[in-house]
Design a protein around this ligand. Structure first.
Ligand SMILES: Cc1ncc(COP(=O)(O)O)c(C=O)c1O
Length: 455
């Protein structure tokens, strides 16, 4: 049963703490081991994160036995939901046949063939384990192929945590200034600025972006912008990289590139590619990958190649899960179903905002939704956001940490776990029951916040 919130913001956090004593106990232990008690910044929540015990389909249960509709979706990996029967069976079968052969195997071949069948830019494939590694390798390949050094990327777009991409306008400690100088940052969607940069210097090796916009479209990006980038990259012999770590096999079976009809030179893929198991890849044009070709003769050994090793590349369990996942995506309407359900979620949540006369606005495309908390309380609709009427910095990063905590804790109290940006990703197995439960929980959250005077 949903809990009606009738307390101040602080009391919402307190009510959450009281409802989740098992999580509180685990967090006390975790704080002894982990910085801030957490293993990923996306799991940060005060007074404590929720500790999950098990998950199935679109739901998960915490250590206190409370049930949640899940919008983390394995950080976007679980387009087919938790524990999809075919994916689980494929991974279990492989577990008993060996988890690491230290050798080539048939599953990696079949996995790559499926990727090449689905993703338009995938002439060649190189497996990594994480999306971070995929962008790291993709950028290295682009530099080797072009003989140029710099990288053009967009403020707010996320490409993992390696040194070349883990900063925006502010460079955090630990990143060498020389590495930070390797990036030219442009405002998102500003094609004039991109043209200016590429025309005024000849050292840009690659342009990389999230093709539906930063954080799965929290700062939206249009198909037209992708076409424009393709033309700029062609004109200046720059490698265009779509970071499809989250959008690949999710927006459509062929990712954002198939949806928009723009083929990049390279793409980075992770998350859905291995159905929730560790696995990722960088894919792209054949000739770019020649820079890492290894012929095994002495000349090749002496000539420098693009280096890439990795103990867990193309692990057989991940390959088995990945094959089952990609087959299901190819052979069913999983992407379309997730997209349609998310459309309903966005509409239902906006209906709550309208009915309650609150200035929030829920937007997004495909299977992602974003809650814009509208700090200026201006009159904003999703159409305004797509028309570029809201500054990118307001869309991403405009919600205070305190408000984020209240939203997350208030929704958790009412049986829904949203990601902290705030928003979420939806699977093909979220259905009517989840849509209704989410709308109700959102209404309860808003009710509680209005009563508490914190909205
Ligand atoms: C667009 C994008 N690129 C790269 C990454 C990094 O992937 P990973 O967390 O597997 O290193 C992420 C992760 O969320 C992502 O969304």
């Amino acid at each position: 049963m949903p809990t009606v919130l009738s307390q101040s913001g602080t009391s919402i956090l307190k009510a959450y703490a009281e409802a989740t004593p098992g999580s509180a106990r685990l967090f006390a232990r975790a704080s002894e081991s982990f910085p801030s008690g957490i293993t990923h910044v996306g799991r940060f929540l005060r007074p404590h994160p929720v500790y999950v015990d098990r998950a199935a389909g679109p739901r998960k249960w915490d250590v206190d036995g409370r049930e949640y509709v899940d919008y983390f979706g394995g950080h976007g990996a679980l387009l087919l939901g938790h524990g999809h029967p075919e994916v689980t069976a494929a991974a279990s079968r492989q577990l008993s046949r060996g988890v690491h052969y230290g050798a080539s195997h048939e599953l990696e071949v079949e996995w790559a063939e499926l990727i090449r069948e689905l993703i338009p830019s995938a002439q060649k494939v190189r497996f990594t384990v994480t999306g971070t590694e995929a962008t790291h390798l993709g950028l290295r390949l682009a530099r080797a192929y072009t003989g140029k050094q710099k990288l053009l990327r967009f403020t707010g777009h996320f490409h993992g945590w390696h040194d070349h991409v883990a900063f925006g306008d502010v460079v955090p400690p630990g990143i060498l200034p020389g590495v930070a100088e390797g990036s030219v940052l442009c405002p998102p969607n500003d094609i004039a600025r991109v043209r200016e940069v590429c025309a005024s210097r000849d050292d840009i090796a690659a342009i990389i972006l999230e093709p539906t916009g930063a954080t799965f479209g929290q700062i939206p990006c249009s198909g037209e912008f992708l076409h424009q980038l393709r033309a700029v990259a062609d004109e200046h012999r720059i490698v265009l990289i779509f970071d499809e770590v989250i959008t690949g096999f999710r927006v459509s079976p062929g990712g954002a590139q198939a949806h928009y009809g723009v083929t990049p030179d390279m793409s980075t893929l992770a998350k859905v590619i291995a159905g929730g198991y560790p696995g990722a890849a960088v894919v792209g044009r054949r000739e770019i990958f020649e820079a890492m070709d290894y012929r095994g003769d002495s000349a090749a050994l002496q000539s420098p190649r693009v280096a890439h090793q990795g103990t867990y590349n193309a692990g057989p369990v991940s390959a088995a899960a990945g094959i089952a996942t990609l087959r299901a995506i190819r052979d069913t309407d999983a992407c379309a179903r997730a997209n349609a359900t998310t459309d309903r979620i966005r509409r239902e949540l906006n209906e709550v905002c309208r009915r309650r006369s609150i200035p929030w606005c829920v937007y997004g495309e495909f299977s992602g939704f974003h809650i814009f908390t509208n700090p200026d309380r201006a009159s904003i609709t999703p159409a305004d956001i797509y028309a570029g009427k809201v500054a990118p910095a307001k869309l991403k990063g405009g919600t205070t940490l305190n408000l984020l905590q209240i939203i997350r804790a208030g929704l958790l109290l009412n049986g829904v776990d949203v990601a902290g940006w705030p928003g979420g990703v939806v699977s093909a197995v979220h259905g009517d029951a989840e849509v209704e439960a989410t709308a109700l929980a959102f209404d309860q959250l808003v009710t509680g916040m209005l009563e508490a005077g914190c909205l």
